[in-house]
Design a protein around this ligand. Structure first.
Ligand code: NAP
Ligand code: MG
Length: 454
């Protein structure tokens, strides 16, 4: 049996050792999932709804345990981890309503009745990243099961623990065996095999744009469906009339949360020149106050980065960039990195262009509204963004012009379970969450019923 040691980012010690799924097991796992899926789809909708609601309750009853697992494996502050667990329960509860609401349409046609059905895809492969493992697992597992599919989930190699626990809890809640299987292993072994497996009808992936492109290419072979939630280089645009205290606080929340390891991180902040000095002053104070430390301590606001590799990667970006100021970070052991503000730098500096995935923000002054929009859009990405201004008309005008899937006005949040989430351009394909996720896990079937004869 091959095993994998998991390193705790805050201590650099081995946290746990897990068994790796051998790629040779995949055929059998897919066959069993296909059988389980047929039985699941044939169950009464109210019974499927009941099981998903029971999963939500199990998650809630094990909130503290799951939160500690996530905090230690990812390095996420415990209070954020508790929020993530509560969010996972809410996601299961939200989609527990779906089995009884998978509505079709009737469409007027000549000679009969035409109707549509939303059919499950079958066996669906899910691949998740290490930054929000439980959260992103729930975004995929809950709607996929609600729509009548079986799921195989490959978590990131670094952070499988909360996903393994979720699968156990789902089983305990009454989810039939073989309907939700966790595959532990690396992306290039078991992940790639999933993408290429003809028995898997859909891949829902969250991760980097580079891997997303590889998945799209390989999935093309069998016309395997894909949903891709990829990287970002999102912008905050702060106009001079904005509430600068709220904007500085919001900027910190929007880029230093989860140590910047957030696909929605607003890692570029465009500030209207008239507000630049006071904004930087406020931002400096906010950064100085961020408590970086032990993820299990109640007052911690920012933990370590997930791995030594990630810390080296972030350091590499900061090394050749102008650092205006940095907050604090503990000395080792642990993969610590202080909140960091870069200024001044050009839009085409790689720290202003590429996704860093660390607690680093580039401050970029602008003069006019048109200029801010054009520069915010000057990226291959289009995931999220924020607009800070007291001018309501302008806020919505700008929001309509920024090419991104999740925008917030006078706020830094991007995600709500009940609303669609996903990227424009190279930030992705398809939408998760809200009602849209059910489209992602179903096929539309059209049936014509002849009422004329014979
Ligand atoms: P990653 O390297 O792309 O990996 C994501 C997942 O894909 C992991 O489970 C990984 O497995 C697997 N994988 C790697 N290569 C694969 C391949 N060739 N075929 C199939 N699967 C493969 O991303 P990450 O480093 O974990 O996470 C950071 C990235 O995720 C960032 O770019 C971030 O923006 C993005 N992200 C996007 C969203 C969103 O919703 N848009 C949310 C969160 C994160 P192993 O780890 O086991 O190798
Ligand atoms: Mg990776």
């Amino acid at each position: 049996m091959t095993t994998l040691d998991l390193i705790e980012p805050a201590t650099e010690k081995v946290l746990n050792t897990v068994a790796v799924t051998e790629p040779t097991e995949l055929d059998d796992i897919v066959s069993r999932a296909a059988l389980a899926q047929q039985r699941w789809a044939a169950q009464r909708p109210e019974d499927r709804a009941h099981v998903l609601a029971a999963v939500a309750r199990e998650i809630e009853e094990n909130l503290e345990d799951l939160a500690r697992i996530e905090a230690r494996n990812v390095g996420m502050p415990i209070n954020d981890a508790r929020g993530a667990v509560a969010g996972a329960a809410s996601t299961f509860r939200y989609y527990s309503a779906a089995p009884e609401r998978l509505l079709g349409q009737t469409i007027p046609v000549a000679g009969g009745v035409d109707m549509t059905f939303r059919e499950p895809i079958g066996v669906v492969g899910l691949i998740t990243p290490w930054n929000f493992p439980l959260t992103i697992a729930s975004w995929k597992v809950a709607p996929a099961l609600a729509a009548g599919n079986a799921v195989l989930l490959k978590p990131a190699e670094l952070t499988p623990l909360s996903t393994l626990r979720l699968a156990e809890l789902a089983r305990r809640a009454g989810l039939p065996e073989d309907l939700f299987h966790v595959l532990v292993g690396s992306g290039t072994t078991i992940g790639r095999r999933m993408v290429e497996h003809p028995g898997i009808g859909k891949i829902a992936f969250t991760g980097s744009t580079a891997v997303g492109k590889d998945i799209a290419r390989r999935a093309a072979e069998n016309i395997t469906r894909v949903t891709l939630e990829l990287g970002g280089k999102s912008a905050s645009i702060v106009f001079a009339d904005a509430d600068l205290d709220a904007a500085a606080q919001g900027l910190a929340g929007g880029v230093f949360g989860n140590s910047g390891q957030d696909c929605c991180a607003r890692s570029r902040v465009f500030v209207q020149r008239a507000a630049l000095e006071p904004f930087l002053e406020k931002l400096h104070a906010v950064v100085d106050d961020i408590v970086v430390g032990d993820p299990l301590a109640e007052d911690t606001q920012m933990g370590p980065l997930v791995s030594a590799n990630q810390a080296a990667r972030v350091q590499d970006y900061v090394q050749d960039a102008p650092v205006l100021f940095q907050g604090s970070a503990p000395a080792g052991p642990g993969f610590w990195f202080p909140p960091t503000v870069l200024y001044p730098l050009d839009d085409d500096h790689r720290a202003a262009r590429e996704e860093i995935f660390g607690p680093v923000v580039a401050v970029l002054p602008f003069d006019t509204e048109d200029e801010a929009v054009a520069r915010a859009n000057g990226t291959v990405y289009g995931l999220a963004g924020s607009i800070w201004t007291a001018n309501a008309a302008r806020s919505l005008r700008v929001a309509r012009q920024v090419a991104a899937g999740a925008l917030a006005i006078n706020s830094y949040t991007s995600v709500r379970i009940t609303t669609p989430f996903g990227g424009f351009k190279q930030s992705g394909l398809g939408r998760e969450l809200g009602p849209d996720a059910l489209d992602a896990y179903t096929e539309v079937k059209n049936v014509f019923f002849n009422t004329v004869g014979p």
